[in-house]
Design a protein around this ligand. Structure first.
Ligand code: KIV
Ligand code: ZN
Length: 516
């Protein structure tokens, strides 16, 4: 707390961000995002909620073991078993933090917890003390703080600081706050909590009213010194406060924020945004502030003319500040293994020799189809290799589609399961529907297609197409993604990726190969 102008960036993409429906990430993917967060230079990585599931526990443990630099935080309810599980997962962290929470608003205390105010304070204090017996760095969150009566909130904050919490977070859990009211809450706490100087006050805003960034910035202006946020603003419901928006607002409007700063390496923003988008399957809306495809695109003639004469007429940030440079042509058909490996290292990927070999094989196949290979293509190739860590229960072996404006679309597909082949054919309302009907017949898994999106990964008519599908199987929502220079194949791969996740996470049994 020596530098009162520094805003601590607490990234919760891997915890609150991953709670968004369909965003499930495997451990390998979480680790890759955590490594990128290190390059982005965040101060704290909230890696998960260890008691929530064995997968979450393993993810927090792996991130704690592998990542050096940022503090690694694990979430915990105010319960002994949760705290013990979090402490166990964080055992190997260079610097670990247990983030304990307990709801304090009347509505949560009455209906969810069925507990009175004095009991809430007792439980919060006990939890902080217990967590402190494992790890020095403890954060406490009075859940639904923005709807908590201010005098009670001040009492809770004071009690948990006395109990040893070194960070107290004031969550706007349901995205209810308005900038002025939220700033007034922070100001009230500074004026009414006698020991407040012993802790960092943090903010955590949800975007239900589209105000998460505005609320976080208002709170910072009122004295908060940690902002909890996620890449691309992903998270529960309408999402969390977006990291890139807060960071670039503080940087671009230094004049207004009076010297407040973050240690974020802003040149890593676009890369981080893309990685999170690819791995979660959440496409970034084109007009999203900072990282949307159109964020720096000037369409109107007057704007274009102005920017050409003097960039600052219509641009308040430089695209290069977030790492947005003209994509570079990197490799081609004749590039060798060495150049390929070098470029992957420059892009910051950590691959084992076997993975480099696998990615190189994919590169060669792609280079045969596509003349010019860009960085974006390489990133996709590598991510494809990572997504192989989703056990490929069903893998695509053959795909044939007949389609046309006067013919009935028909797909013939051969899938492999445990090296045994299963094949079938079906008609559909267009080639993608025919492919999905066929996969359903083969696997026996009925999935409702909630959403389908297709985008081109890099430039040119021969660019790789990336398809993201949102599927619902037995009330569970899951995203799947697939890439190929052939969009029908990318569609099939995306659907199969989703089906494989369902089989893996729910143990859902699909059809078995017959005969052979
Ligand atoms: O939104 C919220 O209240 C949370 C807490 C657990 C910090 O995510
Ligand atoms: Zn939250």
């Amino acid at each position: 707390m020596s530098d009162n102008n520094k805003i601590i960036i607490f990234d919760t993409t891997l915890r609150d961000g991953e709670q968004a429906p369909g965003a499930s990430l495997n451990i390998r993917e979480k680790l890759e995002i955590a490594r990128q967060l290190v390059r982005l230079n965040v101060d704290v990585i909230e890696a998960g909620f260890p008691i929530a599931s064995p997968g979450d526990f393993e993810a927090v443990k792996t991130v704690a073991q592998e990542i050096r630099g940022p503090i690694i935080s694990g979430l915990s309810r105010s319960r002994k078993q949760d705290i013990e599980r979090a402490a166990e997962a964080l055992k190997y962290a260079e610097r670990g933090r247990i983030h304990v929470f307990l709801a304090t608003s009347k509505i949560h205390m009455q209906y969810k917890l069925k507990k009175a105010e004095d009991e809430i304070i007792r439980l919060a204090v006990e939890a902080v003390k217990y967590a402190k017996s494992f790890i020095e760095d403890i954060e406490f969150s009075p859940e639904d703080a923005s709807r908590t009566e201010l005098p009670f909130l001040a009492q809770v904050v004071s009690a948990v600081i006395d109990a040893g919490a070194s960070t107290v977070n004031i969550p706007d859990t349901v995205g209810y706050a308005i900038p002025e009211s939220y700033a007034a809450t922070i100001k009230y706490l500074y004026e009414n909590v006698p020991n407040i100087d012993k802790a960092v006050i943090s903010v955590h805003c949800h975007n239900d009213l589209g105000l998460a960034t505005a609320n976080s910035l208002a709170a910072v202006k009122a004295g908060a010194r940690q902002v909890e946020c996620t890449i691309n603003g992903i998270g529960e419901r309408a999402g969390n406060c977006s990291l890139e928006e807060v960071v670039m607002s503080l940087r671009t409007r230094k004049d207004f924020f009076g010297g407040l700063y973050t240690d974020i390496n802003t040149k890593q923003i676009i890369k981080t945004s893309k990685l999170v988008s690819h791995l979660t399957g959440f496409v970034v809306q084109p007009n999203k502030a900072i990282v949307g495809d159109n964020a720096f695109a000037h369409e109107a003639g007057i704007h274009q003319d102005g920017v050409l004469k003097e960039r600052t007429t219509y641009e308040i940030m430089h695209p290069a500040d977030i790492g947005l440079e003209e994509s570079t042509l990197v490799l081609g058909k004749h590039s060798g293994r060495h150049a390929f490996k070098d470029r992957l290292e420059q892009l910051g990927f950590h691959l084992t020799d076997a993975e480099i070999e696998e990615a190189f094989e994919r590169f060669k196949v792609l280079a045969d189809k596509k003349k010019e290979i860009f960085d974006e293509d390489l990133e996709i190739i590598v991510e494809e290799a990572f997504s192989k860590t989703v056990p490929q229960t069903y893998s695509l072996d053959y795909l044939g589609v007949v389609t046309g404006n006067k013919s009935i679309s028909t797909a013939t597909i051969r899938l492999k399961k445990d090296e045994k082949v299963m094949q079938d054919a079906a008609c559909g309302d267009g080639p993608v529907d025919a492919v999905y009907q066929t996969i359903e017949r083969i696997t026996g898994i009925k999935a409702e297609l909630l959403d389908y999106s297709l985008r081109s990964v890099s430039k040119g008519k021969d660019a790789i197409g990336e398809v993201v599908v949102k599927l619902c199987v037995d009330d569970k929502i899951i995203n799947g993604k697939g890439v190929s220079t052939d969009i029908i194949e990318a569609s099939a791969r995306a659907y199969l990726n989703g089906i494989n996740k369902i089989v893996r996470t729910d143990g859902k049994a699909g059809n078995e190969p017959k005969g052979i």
